[in-house]
Design a protein around this ligand. Structure first.
Ligand SMILES: C[S@@+](CC[C@H](N)C(=O)[O-])C[C@H]1O[C@@H](n2cnc3c(N)ncnc32)[C@H](O)[C@@H]1O
Length: 307
């Protein structure tokens, strides 16, 4: 597990993010999901000394870690959701920024902390919140949601085809004894679903679903996709790394349909085999980048008058 100065998180698609965002001295850039500050340190170095990095995370532990790692660089680290960026910029007196990065999901530091329940083996409570002061822990959802609601949640946010079997097993189990830890849930799911040859753990989709639900991840992303273009200066860039199709679909459609944005990545950017070999967590990463149009081009979607 990382302490408050070191991180075990390896940043994903780092070179690609730097190439697409092109951070330069004097610019103001935002890392909306600072985590272990892997991307943030490189962004801050490139905008220094006259520029600045604004870094956000919902997780107070990530905020402490990133504050330490960015101490020598021109950076402000704030505990907030990236969806709250417009308010944060107003408070800092900044009217627009040159780039925003979102690297969605959880960090390896969170995964490695047994108290938070993100990993299948952890004997700690199944919490799964990024901000432990907001919302309810996942074990409580398992305690009070009806079988139907559990099945819908696991199907919708996990795209898990065995959602009904898993929900039934959870309800049967909780009538006998409480289901409190990540390890207990992982074991229960593995026993409830048919054996498959998939490389991933059988509980991966169920954990993903609960994590998305307790953190309201898709709501934050949808809100961000509405408000972040307004935070960009004309020509400013927004880069989003997602790790599953629910997120990537939202990003792809929002970029395509937003008349304020021009999509720069004609094809989604994926890590090469060397990066995946070095960092297996990068396997499912997908990067999309869009640029804020200048005002004269913003009304592209309005039908043109015929001559
Ligand atoms: C994949 S990690 C980021 C890792 C980081 N790029 C690095 O290189 O170290 C994702 C981070 O986003 C944070 N996070 C998740 N949802 C968030 C939200 N709505 N607003 C801000 N941070 C969020 C998580 O707490 C986690 O620390």
């Amino acid at each position: 597990m990382a302490d408050e100065k070191t991180t075990c998180h390896v940043p994903v698609l780092l070179e690609e993010v730097l190439q697409w965002l092109e951070p330069r001295p004097g610019q103001v850039v935002v890392d909306g999901t600072v985590g272990g500050a892997g991307h943030a340190v490189e962004l801050a170095r490139r905008v220094a000394p006259s520029g600045q990095l604004v870094a956000l995370d919902r997780d107070p532990q990530a905020v402490r870690l990133a504050t330490n790692r960015l101490a020598e660089l021109p950076a402000r680290v704030i505990q907030a959701s990236y969806a709250e960026l417009p308010g944060v910029l107003r408070q800092l007196g900044l009217s627009g920024v040159d780039a925003v990065l979102l690297d969605l999901g959880l960090s390896s530091d969170q995964l490695a902390d047994p108290q938070r329940g993100f990993s299948f083996q952890s004997a700690g409570e199944l919490d799964l919140r990024y901000d432990p002061a907001s919302g309810e822990p996942a074990w409580r959802l398992l305690e009070h949601l009806s079988e139907r609601k559990l099945a819908d949640l696991i199907y919708r946010y996990g795209e898990e085809r065995h959602s009904r079997r898993i929900a039934r097993a959870i309800v049967q189990r909780r009538s006998r004894a409480p289901l409190r830890t990540a390890a207990e849930l992982a074991e229960l799911v593995a026993a409830a679903v048919p054996r498959s040859r998939q490389r991933i753990h059988p509980a991966t989709r169920t954990f993903q679903a609960l994590r998305i639900a307790v953190n309201r991840e898709l709501e934050h992303l949808e809100q961000a996709l509405r408000v972040l273009p307004e935070c960009l200066r004309p020509g400013g860039r927004l880069a989003i790394i997602s790790f599953h199709s629910l997120e990537d679909r939202l990003v792809k459609h929002a970029f395509r349909d937003d008349s304020r944005l021009e999509v720069l990545t004609r094809r989604v950017v994926r890590p090469g085999p060397e990066e995946v070999a070095r960092n297996p967590r990068a396997r499912s990463a997908r990067l999309r980048v869009a640029q804020r149009r200048t005002n004269s081009l913003e009304h592209r979607n309005v039908p043109e008058k015929s001559a």
